[in-house]
Write a protein that binds this ligand. Sequence first.
Ligand code: ATP
Ligand code: MG
Length: 484
Amino acid sequence: MARNGPQLDRRAGGRGAPLPSQGVSHKRVRTSQSCETVMRLSRYFLPVLKENPAEAQIVSHRYMLRAGMIKQQAAGIYSWLPLGFRVLKRIEEIVHEEQIRAGHIPLLMPTLQPADLWRESGRYEDYGEEMLRITDRHKRDLLYGPTNEEMITDIFRAHIGSYKDLPLTLYHVQWKFRDEIRPRFGVMRGREFYMKDGYNFDLTKEDALHAYNRHLVSYLRTYERMGLQAIPMRADSGPIGGDDTHEFLVLADTGESEVFYDSKVTDIHLGSREIDYDSHEECRSVMEEFTALYARTDETHDEARFNERVPAERQRRARGIEVGQIFYFGTKYSEPMGATVVNDKGERAPVHMGSHGIGVSRLAGAIIEASHDDKGIIWPEGVTPFHCGIVNLKQGDAATDGACGEIYGALTAKGLEPLYDDRDERAGAKFATMDMIGLPWRITVGPRGLASGKVELTSRRTGESEEMTPEAAVARIEEIYAGA
Ligand SMILES: Nc1ncnc2c1ncn2[C@@H]1O[C@H](COP(=O)(O)OP(=O)(O)OP(=O)(O)O)[C@@H](O)[C@H]1O
Ligand SMILES: [Mg+2]
């Protein structure tokens, strides 16, 4: 057990857990990005677009382009501009924190893989045109990895030979390439995309199913921290292969999957409850709670069963965005590739495996689909690129400049990261930019308010404003991100 989760208290949100748990703390310090250049708009790089780009069919794609988050470089291939990059990194951070909390161990595998590994599993021929195949100068066949089952199995078989080294779950967050026939919707269906993929190795099927359940719990926590409700739905296994698999779907009209579910599933939340990741029973009971009600994608939907099990008034037919998937596939890769361990009776047997993916870059789009209005993005606190905006209504005025500088200094001293709009622009333009880029909180500083010692704190989500002293505004922002 020690090797699968040594340094952390694995009780989710438990006492002594060193990581922020859901709803408790979104505070963070990013020293590498926290210098003045990054957080003063006059010196930042935020290429906001005024017009709606014609190529964008869905709101997240439109707003990511308008907010200067991404730039398309080829079909389905994007640069992440500074604002988008901050969101991507923040999503990745949450993914890492929740994986490490579950006892899973990060590593990094390359994007390019030798074709020979995939010939061993038989998938080199099977995978089809989605796989980008490359030949190097020595005429060796390579491929840009669409997923990593073969490579991780190769790492495992090179170093592990005994049941005593199990259980083990390794994961990485790495760029993938799938030559999608129809890349579209911006980063939601790219060709190059960023994915967390993790792989469990276990002695028995029972242990591997525990790993499956553990992943399910850790994924629920991950999405909830991002302000999302992602519903586990029974899915089809596709080219990865396997018996047990669930997809996680965020409900959205623009989603590519058709989904059928009992409306009661949307009432279930993990919240900040404590779950011991080492406990088979606790993880299984969460899995059962979240998967007992009918929730399926079109691939596995069974109309007769749906009608039989779900009362008509609770039947929902909607659309969803797939933001993750978990699989148990037994010995599908370990057997052909010879990934075996010796058990306590001295017998050698292939390990039981599963693989588990989160669409890290797709999530940036999915969060926007789930959280926006007609003025722009509304970031949940967990993933916002900056904790709050500071808008100076009269740039160049000694009093407003001074007050903004003090608020900025007070926030950064607390480890918070404000974005200060210190450009010489009209108030309307500054508000429009802040609304588009979607920071959840805005402190507005103008000469009239300052005359009575007040600034305005505005919630992006509700649009409600409150007047208060600059100190109170700073304290409020701190409190929000401490989850108090
Ligand atoms: N082309 C893509 N662009 C962006 N994200 C993707 C893409 N393909 C898959 N993902 C994300 O990676 C996660 C794990 O990959 P997985 O192998 O399960 O994808 P998939 O089932 O083939 O996805 P899809 O059915 O959407 O093509 C998916 O749940 C999804 O969130
Ligand atoms: Mg999938």
